[in-house]
Design a protein around this ligand. Structure first.
Ligand SMILES: Nc1nc2c(c(=O)[nH]1)N[C@H]1C(S)=C(S)[C@@H](COP(=O)(O)O)O[C@H]1N2
Ligand SMILES: [Mo]
Length: 336
């Protein structure tokens, strides 16, 4: 199915020598499309769609990535951090950018990019409030100009068992939280996405509790891995990846990495989260990647790379145990 072409990735060759292990030549051109298996699984309208099953490759498709609008020239690409190494090739942009979960637009992963293409992402403010000494509303352009942007190549693992490796550009969430000074009562952080009733997936799926919302424990949010991404592949985030600003928590299943962030609230009690509210048996609050704890409907022991289709073992904490294992004394799936 689909023909294979080996393409030497030009960016890979223009990078410095130390980056070679994660920039190796990749077989690009295995363009996989997947179909959701809803019908087969018997889910009708109104069903809860995330994790309709480990997805499968189907027909081939190809498209070049849409160049994002130029934004604040000079900030991209940001210098790549050497601290976060990944032992796999970076997923080609044309594949990662054509296979998205962003239910505000559609549940069809392959159509998110086209439906989101016209999304209005400026002006854009992020309100940071709640149990903080200095509540503030930030303009995203101000953050991009002022925060210490860096590029981090992270693994990314969806609960549905597909996986990719992408270079995000962003700054540590911790840096933003320090500016608002959480009070001693703050123990959790709540995140809220854009709420626009006219977005096609919002308008057509009124049974979801929009806007999308997520949460982290404060010590998770201030972990060095927790990133607020403003870019990907060396340029500003395109809409389908959660423009203009999204969370990235790479040791957790992808649904924790909330897109198109408009509000952060420091709170005392564990906040409800979108998927946990909908299906608590299937989607926990912590959602740490754990090969040994199956989803009720499928194994999490392995994952499928969306570029090559290869099936590879899932790693505990998605390979980030050195950074986060201390947060969970009883293991990834039994947080204290
Ligand atoms: N607001 C919002 N954020 C979201 C989602 C969503 O539907 N809406 N989907 C989540 C899921 S399930 C995944 S796997 C990732 C996908 O990110 P990507 O499309 O950039 O790869 O976004 C997460 N963030
Ligand atoms: Mo996901």
């Amino acid at each position: 199915m689909g023909r294979r072409r080996s393409v030497v990735r030009v960016r890979a060759l223009s990078r410095a020598g130390w980056e070679i292990p994660e920039q190796s030549v990749t077989p690009e051109g295995v363009f996989l499309r997947r179909r959701e298996l809803l019908a087969a699984l018997g889910y009708g309208a109104g069903a809860l769609l995330l994790g309709c099953g480990p997805d499968r490759p189907a027909a081939s498709a190809r498209a070049a990535a849409t160049p994002p609008p130029s934004e604040l020239p000079g900030r991209y690409p940001a210098p790549r951090s050497r601290r976060y190494r990944v032992d796999r090739a970076i997923t080609p942009e044309a594949i990662a950018g054509r296979y998205n979960n962003f239910y505000e637009f559609t549940t069809d992963k392959e159509r998110v990019h086209e439906l989101a293409a016209g999304m209005r992402t400026r002006p854009w403010q992020v309100e940071v409030t709640g149990l903080v000494h200095r509540p503030r509303t930030f303009d995203v352009d101000e953050l991009v100009r002022r925060m210490p942007l860096e590029e981090r190549v992270y693994r990314f693992r969806c609960v549905e068992a597909w996986a990719m490796v992408v270079p995000w550009t962003g700054f540590p969430l911790r840096a933003l939280l320090e500016e608002v000074q959480p009070t001693r009562a703050a123990r959790y952080v709540r995140f809220v996405s854009i709420h626009d009733p006219e977005l096609p997936g919002v308008a057509s799926q009124p049974w979801y509790p929009w806007p999308y919302f997520e949460g982290l424990r404060l010590d998770e949010a201030t972990n060095e891995l927790s990133l607020l991404a403003t870019g990907i592949y060396g340029h500003p985030l395109p809409p389908q990846h959660g423009a203009p600003l999204r969370l990235v928590v790479p040791w957790k299943y992808g649904f924790k990495s909330l897109k198109s962030l408009v509000r952060i609230e420091l709170v005392a009690e564990r906040p409800p989260t979108f998927w946990n509210r909908l299906q608590p048996r299937e989607y926990g609050f912590y959602a740490n990647v754990d090969p040994h704890t199956p989803h009720p409907r499928w194994s999490q022991a392995s994952e499928r790379r969306i570029d090559t289709g290869a099936r590879v073992p899932t790693q505990v904490y998605n390979g980030y145990g050195a950074f986060v294992a201390d947060l969970y004394p009883r293991g990834p799936s039994n947080p204290a």
